[in-house]
Design a protein around this ligand. Structure first.
Ligand SMILES: [Zn+2]
Ligand SMILES: [Zn+2]
Length: 378
């Protein structure tokens, strides 16, 4: 497949896409308001302030309209501006017909559309400017051949947040719910915030390290994790490309110590925010590197080396928070200023698209040309 051209600032295309994106987010938010019992996450509902939400939707529509105008003026093309104007009009129309707030029924199964819209909006606000103004691979287009697959992973994993949440917590609850940890957990909660936060990040990263290591070293597990490593274009969406077996298992293992330690709610929420931001940042196409702090915190350069297709960097840099854990276990890649030439699975053929990648690891030998059978040869 041919590479798409990198978008240039000033030709009106970026503003056009941003305009369409914001209009779709606003439309999605209004659709959520029509079916809140199905499309919003039960745990989040209590946090929603209707006035604030209305301002967010209005803000998205206004900025979308401004971007549509900018795009039209700069590009002299009407397609993107026309598309966003249509979506803006549909959103306003739907919003005016919205019935006044009634009691929301609790349904057993919900779809996390609210989580999807919220996270994609926040991630786009943080990471699109970072990749636009501080890129690592300047030549890499936002619309590279793999972006649709990665976006699909992002959408599906967010919509299924209820299912994944239950599955991730299940092993902890089954193993540790009835073993009387409350005295120990009260002791942990009494620790200062910063100590608890460091402990949360450190112990979960230690557990994550072991699970991640297994997914690299055990051939059957590597098939699932290879999906994550198959992308040749790392960016803020690429980290979402993770097979469900990989995602649930590694998160469930990382959650075990968090459950046992029973950190305070503030620590747990801060931990979740840090995990979410650091995981996306680590995959982003940006040269931001935190100076000497790169030896303490995981950076894009560190995680890009984990994805390198150069054999000298295979099975290195497993952590998601603290690189020094890799240093302790001898799996740190001794990088200086250099970045990997390329990422992915080298010359190995790998199925493209969400469905094929979902099925692939369950099949015994999907391709004879594929050398994924024995990761020790990688
Ligand atoms: Zn890996
Ligand atoms: Zn990764």
């Amino acid at each position: 497949m041919t590479e798409t051209k990198r978008l240039k600032i000033g030709d009106g295309v970026i503003s056009g896409y941003l305009s369409v994106f914001l209009a779709i987010v606003a439309l999605g938010a209004v659709i959520c308001a029509y079916f809140p019992e199905y499309l919003t996450t039960a745990d989040f509902r209590a946090l929603y302030n209707p006035k604030f939400l209305k301002s967010v939707v209005l803000g998205c529509l206004t900025v979308s309209f401004i971007f549509a105008l900018v795009s039209f003026v700069l590009s002299k093309k009407t397609l993107l501006s026309f598309m966003s104007t249509l979506v803006i009009a549909a959103t306003i129309l739907l919003a005016t017909w919205l019935p006044e707030g009634t009691e929301i029924e609790s349904k057993a199964v919900t779809i996390g559309m609210d989580w999807l819209l919220l996270d994609i909006l926040i991630s786009a606000i943080i990471f699109i400017p970072i990749e636009l103004f501080l890129p690592k691979r300047k030549e890499q287009s936002k619309f590279h051949p793999e972006w649709r697959t990665d976006l699909f992973y992002f959408v599906v994993s967010h919509l299924l947040i209820q299912v994944t949440g239950v599955l991730v917590q299940l092993p902890s609850e089954l193993l540790f719910a009835n073993i009387g940890l409350s005295a120990f957990q009260d002791g942990i909660k009494a620790l200062p915030f910063i100590v608890q936060l460091f402990l949360a990040l450190f112990v979960s990263d230690l557990f994550q390290f072991s699970a991640h290591y297994m997914f690299h070293k055990i051939p059957f597990l590597w098939r699932f994790h290879a999906v994550h490593h198959s992308t040749k274009h790392l960016d803020w969406l690429a980290g979402s490309r993770t097979h469900f077996v990989d995602l649930i298992t590694v998160r469930a293992v990382s959650f075990l110590p968090i459950y046992i330690f029973g950190f305070s709610m503030t620590v747990f929420s801060t931990y979740i925010i840090i995990v979410s931001i650091q995981a996306v940042l680590a995959h982003s196409n940006t040269r931001i590197n935190f100076g000497v702090f790169k030896y303490i915190f995981v950076t894009p350069q560190y995680h890009h080396w984990h994805h390198s297709d150069d054999p000298k960097a295979y099975d290195k840099n497993f952590c998601i928070h603290f690189p020094f854990i890799d240093m302790i276990f001898g799996t740190y890649y001794p990088m200086k200023e250099e970045w990997p030439e390329a990422t992915g699975l080298g010359k190995e053929k790998f199925p493209k698209g969400f469905v094929k990648q979902f099925i692939f690891p369950f099949l015994k030998n999907p391709s004879n040309e594929n050398q994924l059978e024995d990761p020790s040869e990688r």
